[in-house]
Design a protein around this ligand. Structure first.
Ligand code: NAD
Length: 344
């Protein structure tokens, strides 16, 4: 089969012939319809973030497709079924899995990180981690549910503590951040959005943001913080979600949370950073991380897409063929699109 293989940082993915995956007990072979291009892959390719499996590795963790083959012991799927493969496979047995927090599974396996992923014609997945995609959800655009929608779903529903009427500030309106805007809006929050690209801010408004801010419009961080505070009532926001992964914007987001409020870290900073712990103490702030989404929440996110509470199709900007994958990664680097997919 054809796949785009990662051989190491600072070099393009190599599109080449590789052996077809061989399924074992409990597994399903999926013919990939689409795989989302995610900033996390840029981390491996451009910033040297190590993958758990050493290269060569097929990247890609946002996968939709149709079932091509099932192991004899699999009864829940049949050839031809439309499926969504989650961004992380959970074991279902460790303590976090038993507590319903399989997104932090002790034995998690991420396609395109621990095992070969979806920038390929075929990928294998454990049947007990796969989801049926309803007919109303288009197969290609549906791929982005596996991360760009489930990640903000978990961040909003389980980690932000948002209540109707809360002021929630989203830093970074990319593939994940814009979906966070629409999910937080659906949860009844007054959503404010920050980005350095006007077209992302325009999209955030379309998706329900009541206010938008471009840090480039301000001479320095201090005046930016002052302006956002003024526009959001003076005290700071109830919740700030950082969805960029930049230590600098994480610090700014932290400074914009009101006393007793919460900072949710969704972005993946490539390097360690410091936060003022004494401010966490005397302002009684909460700083929480948010990773992916547990399997039990996938059906809820899929249902929000199916019934139109989450817009899906407009969130996919471009489609690339497998041969065009490096072009697709460049488009992701440019920041111009929301989410783009590779269609092998
Ligand atoms: P993206 O590139 O699509 O979006 C990033 C957005 O941030 C862009 O719109 C960009 O214009 C904006 N931005 C960049 N620098 C900025 C700045 N200084 N100020 C304001 N805005 C700025 O990326 P994405 O795919 O949405 O991913 C966002 C982050 O989330 C990445 O760090 C990624 O690794 C991480 N991520 C985390 C999880 C998780 O489970 N927590 C899952 C997926 C992605």
């Amino acid at each position: 089969m054809k796949a785009a293989v990662f051989y190491g940082p600072n070099q393009p993915l190599k599109v080449e012939e590789v052996p077809m995956p061989v399924i074992g007990a409990g597994e399903v072979l999926v013919k990939v319809a689409a795989c989302g291009l995610c900033h996390t892959d840029i981390g491996y390719i451009d910033h040297g973030t190590p993958t758990f499996k050493k290269p060569p590795l097929i990247l890609g963790h946002e996968i939709s497709g149709t079932v091509f083959e099932v192991a004899p012991d699999v009864t829940t799927f049949k050839v031809g079924d439309r499926v969504l493969s989650p961004a992380v496979f959970a074991c279902g047995e460790c303590n976090p899995c038993r507590e319903g927090r399989g997104n932090t599974c002790e034995n998690m396996k991420m396609p395109g990180n621990d095992v070969d992923g979806g920038y390929a014609e075929y990928v294998k997945a454990p049947a007990n981690n796969l989801f049926h995609l309803p007919d109303e959800i288009p197969l290609i655009e549906g791929a982005i549910i596996a991360d760009a929608i489930t990640t903000p779903f978990h961040a909003v529903k389980n980690r932000s503590g948002v209540k109707p009427g809360d002021k929630l500030l989203v830093f970074g309106c990319g593939g994940v951040g814009l979906n966070l805007v629409q999910i937080a809006n659906a949860a009844g929050a007054s959503v404010y959005a920050v980005d350095i690209m006007q077209l992302k801010l325009d999209k955030a408004k379309e998706l329900g943001a009541v206010g938008t801010f471009n840090p480039k419009d301000y001479p320095d961080d201090k005046s930016f913080v002052k302006a956002v505070k003024k526009a959001t009532g003076g005290a700071g926001v109830d919740i700030a979600c950082e969805v960029i992964g930049n230590p600098k914007t994480l610090e700014t987001a932290f400074n914009l949370v009101r006393n007793g409020g919460r900072l949710v870290i969704v972005g993946y900073p490539p390097s360690p950073m410091t936060l003022n712990a004494s401010k966490v103490m005397y302002r009684e702030m909460e700083v929480v991380g948010s990773l992916g989404c547990s399997l039990q929440d996938y059906p809820k996110a899929i249902e929000m897409v199916r019934n139109g509470k989450i817009q899906l199709v407009p969130m996919v900007t471009k489609r690339f063929s497998l041969d065009q994958i490096n072009e697709g990664l460049d488009f992701l680097r440019s920041g111009e699109g929301i989410r783009s997919v590779v269609c092998p």
